[in-house]
Design a protein around this ligand. Structure first.
Ligand code: BGC
Length: 765
């Protein structure tokens, strides 16, 4: 844990230069716009410890899998989000001395992520080794209105000298991934152009031939006027830049505006890349930095209007929730249905930028409530488009009928190679089915089921049918050899969560089939024919539902995480010496596997998803048993606990869990934010407030609230979009105010009572 970020309502602020935490800050202060993302690396050269990261959404490399013991069924490659052309670079040399903060005395360092307007701002004074002092003021953003555009305003003011300066804006594609399996570089040069006005650099990736064309233009001003400078072009392999030489005058500000366009072959053909990039660049350049920033801030303002959560009386919680919402909106804008949300978004290389079950289990609710309906729909269509690959994946593992979605993917193929996850963490299929339910239940968009959803559900159900086996000994269906959400247990039998979500998938699929048969028979019939679905399959699914085995502990009246869980020595986290935590950094893997400690919500994950099917006492008993055994070493864990604790009206526990999820990165709780922020768990933070403290659920298609407010909050409020309505909920210590900000009249429920609210009217309870 590390608390060095200043608390503020709308800004993330670092004061003082902390080179030892540079990687951490580079993650936290990342910027992105759904198309690209950039870690908070410095523009100028920096020889200190740093993780360079410029990422383009959907541009990846299939790095050959490296394992000691190859097992049949392993994927050939591990997909990696690519560290791409460094487009932010601006080198500064003053009278022969290079500006490198690792070699300077740094004063008044301040880095601010302005979340309201969406830009990164850094100011400092650097004393160079030769005692010359300069003030630096650098502002940058990646535009929310022109997705390919990145803009920088970089200013230098000499404080105690006049001198010669070389300012070098450049594009450098000679970059690598630190997680490259064979230390290989993934980019090759295709084309470059360079002139005193700007440059173009086109690279392509090895293997998949993604092209990235980066273009830059710049303006240099001194004392507010175009500067007098000379330009000297520099070209190296995969590099274009220009040395701009000028004289700096004491106390006079020199400003470089750098305009960049990054366009990829995902969006344009090879022939279009350069002409398109040039016209985009010209457009942005003509508009200028200030006008582009105004447009960008206005786009952020619209986003905030729809997704902000305001908390009164707790600045630290307020800052944290905004940080989470900000990062989510920077990562995924939902315009491109080929994209998804990597666990680290654009803030680091870890998890390869790939799609995990995190999207369906954690991220979907945020986009359902805060974005236009097409955006969560696109997240679902992404999986629909991967259905054929999921069938191939299942076939490869020996299941010829159904579909097994990959645990980790870029294009629908599995790209994760730990057997206990790739082969065994099959519960991911359940989350994908649950997301279909969640989306339809929330939006009422039943057409989605006809066009895409039911087909996915049927193929998932077929997989479960193949994956269960009938145990004569138990006279029930069992699921053997799995890893549940708790990855601190592998190859277990009858993980309660997996069995439950498998059986629930079958139940829901049958329910959808029956309803579609009744309401839209032709649509059902054509799907039945397309998939050659037989009545015998449906009968078999009903039998599995009826005879599925669930491990329980009768004495405690709880669901058992898996067969044999109680054979383990039962210990509680609170009795562990804190020096053991996090376990994954202190204990051998073998010791972790043998212990009863749980990485993340497992039984409780199931009770969260299916909470309307269980009474409060059942949830409470299971919560009270599992929570004290959970170490929350997945960032996805505290949010589920926060929601259930709020439901159980345990405000203190809910608040503690909320803080763990909300400030996970800002306070570096798990000591791993330097690799990147935990983007998918940020959606869990949002859920903790809206579904946890707000108690928001859609039950049988009706919006319901059961609010509780943490003791130290004066009030909190959030907006959600629901079926054409924009609803604002404000919860204070003694009132719940629900406003129907626009849309039709709506009937919703607060604490079990129905209220009808006209458009633009509010109720206070
Ligand atoms: C968690 C998984 C999760 C993955 C990516 C792991 O640590 O155990 O549930 O999908 O991280 O966030």
């Amino acid at each position: 844990m590390k608390q060095y970020i200043k608390t503020d309502e709308w800004n993330i602020i670092e004061e003082g230069f902390h080179p030892e935490d540079q990687r951490l800050s580079e993650s936290i202060f990342s910027i992105g716009n759904g198309h690209m993302g950039q870690r908070a690396n410095f523009e100028e050269a920096y020889s200190g410890d740093s993780l360079q990261g410029s990422y383009m959404a959907g541009v990846y490399y299939t790095d050959k899998t490296k394992v000691g013991w190859w097992k049949n069924g392993y994927p050939e490659y591990f997909a990696k989000v690519l560290n791409a052309t460094n487009w932010i670079g601006i080198n500064i040399v003053i009278d022969g001395e290079s500006l490198d903060l690792a070699k300077c005395q740094v004063k008044e360092f301040r880095r601010v992520l302005n979340m309201k307007e969406g830009f990164l701002h850094r100011t400092l004074i650097a004393r160079l080794p030769g005692q010359k002092e300069i003030r630096i003021d650098a502002k940058r953003f990646v535009s929310m209105t022109v997705k390919e555009a990145g803009l920088i305003r970089y200013s230098i003011t000499p404080l105690n000298f006049d001198g010669e300066c070389i300012i070098t804006p450049y594009l450098d594609g000679d970059v690598k991934n630190t997680d490259s399996n064979y230390d290989e570089k993934f980019w090759t040069e295709v084309h470059k152009e360079n002139s005193a006005e700007g440059a173009v650099l086109t690279l392509k990736t090895k293997k998949l031939n993604f092209r990235l064309c980066s273009l830059m233009k710049y303006d240099l001003l001194q004392g507010g006027e175009k500067s007098q400078h000379t330009a000297e072009l520099i070209e190296k392999e995969k590099y274009v830049g220009c040395n701009l030489r000028l004289t700096l005058k004491q106390s006079e500000e020199t400003v470089l505006y750098k305009y960049v366009i990054n366009v990829t072959s995902r969006d344009k053909t090879e022939d279009e890349l350069i002409p398109y990039g040039k016209s985009r660049l010209e457009e942005v350049y003509q508009k200028g930095f200030d006008a582009m920033l105004r447009e960008h801030s206005a786009a952020w303002s619209k986003k905030w209007n729809e997704s902000d959560i305001a908390i009164e009386g707790d600045m630290s919680a307020q800052q944290a929730i905004r940080f989470n919402i900000f990062q989510l909106n920077q990562t995924y804008t939902g315009e491109d249905e080929r994209l998804n949300i990597g666990p680290k978004g654009f803030t680091g290389e870890k998890y390869g930028g790939s799609t995990y079950w995190d999207t369906e289990a954690y991220c979907l609710p945020f986009y359902l409530s805060t974005a236009d309906q097409k955006i969560p729909r696109n997240l679902l269509i992404y999986r629909y488009k991967h259905l054929e690959k999921a069938k191939e994946n299942a076939a490869k593992l020996g299941f010829p009928k159904g579909a097994l979605y990959p645990m980790v993917t870029m294009n629908g193929e599995e790209c994760h190679n730990e057997w206990e996850i790739t082969f065994e963490e099959i519960h991911r299929n359940g989350a994908i089915a649950y997301a279909v339910y969640n989306y339809v239940n929330y939006t009422g968009d039943r057409d989605y089921l006809k066009e895409y959803g039911l087909e996915v559900l049927i193929e998932l159900s077929r997989f479960w049918e193949e994956r269960v086996n009938f145990s004569k000994a138990r006279n029930s269906y069992v699921i053997l050899g799995v890893t549940g959400p708790n990855e601190y247990e592998n190859n277990v039998n009858n993980n309660w969560y997996t069995n439950r979500i498998a059986s629930w998938t079958l139940e829901y699929t049958l329910e959808v089939i029956n309803r579609m048969k009744a309401d839209s028979y032709p649509a059902y019939k054509s799907l039945e024919d397309k998939l050659s679905l037989k009545e015998t399959e449906l009968v078999k699914w009903m039998d599995i539902i009826k005879h599925m085995y669930y491990p329980v502990d009768e004495e405690r009246d709880i669901f058992l995480q898996q067969d044999g869980y109680l054979d383990k020595e039962q210990c509680l986290v609170r009795d562990l010496d804190k020096q053991n935590l996090p376990l994954n950094q202190h204990w051998s893997w073998d010791r972790i596997l043998r212990s009863c400690f749980i990485k993340q919500a497992d039984v409780l994950q199931g009770l969260y998803f299916l909470q309307d099917k269980y009474d409060l006492d059942t949830i409470r008993r299971n919560f009270n048993f599992y929570e004290p055994r959970t170490v929350h070493e997945s960032s996805l864990s505290p949010c589920i606990h926060a929601i259930l604790a709020a439901k159980l009206k345990d405000k203190e526990k809910a608040y503690g869990m909320y803080l763990k999820t909300a400030r996970l990165d800002l306070d570096n709780y798990n000591n791993d934010t330097e690799d990147g922020c935990h983007i998918t768990s940020m959606a869990g933070t949002w859920m903790s407030v809206v579904e946890g403290f707000g108690g928001m659920r859609v039950v049988e298609e009706k919006l319901c609230f059961h609010p509780v407010i943490p003791d130290n909050w004066k009030s909190f409020s959030f907006r959600i979009k629901f079926r054409g309505n924009l609803i604002k909920a404000t919860i204070t210590k003694d009132a719940v105010i629900i406003k129907n900000e626009n849309g039709q009249k709506i009937t919703l429920s607060v604490n079990g009572t129905d209220y009808t609210i006209d458009s633009e009217k509010a109720i206070q309870i």
